[in-house]
Design a protein around this ligand. Sequence first.
Ligand code: T4K
Length: 370
Amino acid sequence: MNKPIYVTQPYLPPLEEFIPYLEKIWENKWLTNNGPFHQQLEQALCEYLGVEHLALFTNGTIALVTALQTLRITGEVITTPFSFVATAHSLLWNSLTPVFVDIDPATCNLDPEKIEQAITPRTTAIMPVHCYGTPCDVKRIQQIADTYGLKVIYDAAHTFGVKYKGESILKHGDLSVLSFHATKVYNTFEGGAIVCPDAKTKKRIDYLKNFGFADEVTVMAPGINGKMSEINAAFGLLQLKHVDDAIAKRGELDVLYRQGLFGVRGITCLPIPAETKQTFSYFPIMVNTDYRLSRDGLYEKLKEHNIHARRYFYPLISDMPMYRGLLSASQSNLVIAESLSQKVLCLPMYPELKLSELDQIVKCVSGGVI
Ligand code: T4K
């Protein structure tokens, strides 16, 4: 059997390029807690992403949990059920109540027209996700937030480097949270960040990610240990040198998938978002009822060929045991999300996916012999 083709494979630069960074860490003996590589990476990422302030984290989930604490969010938070579990888990870790709102089938993002009806006197924030890197309707969401006095925290885990109308998508909302997990467009093995608009907020975030220490003797809140280590930060600096090439390769694969799957009955690709510079974190397809197999049938068929596509995002978060008792989790409230989670399949997408492998995947989906 061929070697497995996973939904993603982390991009790794040549090992020898990482050795000088390791030597530096050994020489400095500074391993974590805002070390020199950590400081350099925060600066370099601000420049690369075109944002003012960014605080690194040990992973995206702890960054989400901390973002909610940064803004002292309470009560209910409006969010999407069509995401990775970490989005809603970050709310439960803060004793907040997720209120699920349905999504827009064109983008897989929160449908802004359905947000207002979910607002109650207990609502304090909206946590939308730019799913697969497709920008949310940031303008409309901000209008609603301004009208009702709500905060907006974007789960931007899929949007490394995404630009909307020529500017970083991370500039929208009160805070945006990135993930640098191994499976992401840009990875530091594990890692994440909060993007924030001003130095004062950055300071609060930095305290919160370091147990709440404001100085040697002052603890301002029950903060957590969310710090990124020097090894991860050094790796992040090296990765930044390669990320543009990696994104360009993803873009080529995206084009080839769209060409290869064009006209396959029952398969639709997500539309290319308008006015957006994408970074192609995923390649989702919708397997519709007029396809010759069910979505799960196709998933299994690919698996028989050692191609491991993933059903991101199935099951919906709202169908998971810790959420399904919520009023907003009822399937009748989330008709579009339920339907898309039964149809979606993310095909392998990573810079080192070979063209022959992509051909094999396309053939398998289009019913050819492989
Ligand atoms: N918000 C959103 C919207 C997110 O999508 C995520 C994470 C978060 C928040 C939280 O951010 P972090 O706390 O993770 O920084 C994966 C990732 O673990 C997760 O980061 C990601 N979203 C999610 C969409 O996908 P799994 O459970 O599907 O991962 P796993 O281990 O099954 O990996 C998928 C495939 O990748 C494997 O079949 C093989 C390949 N792989 C994976 C790893 C870890 C490799 O080839 N090498 C590797 O090192 O969740």
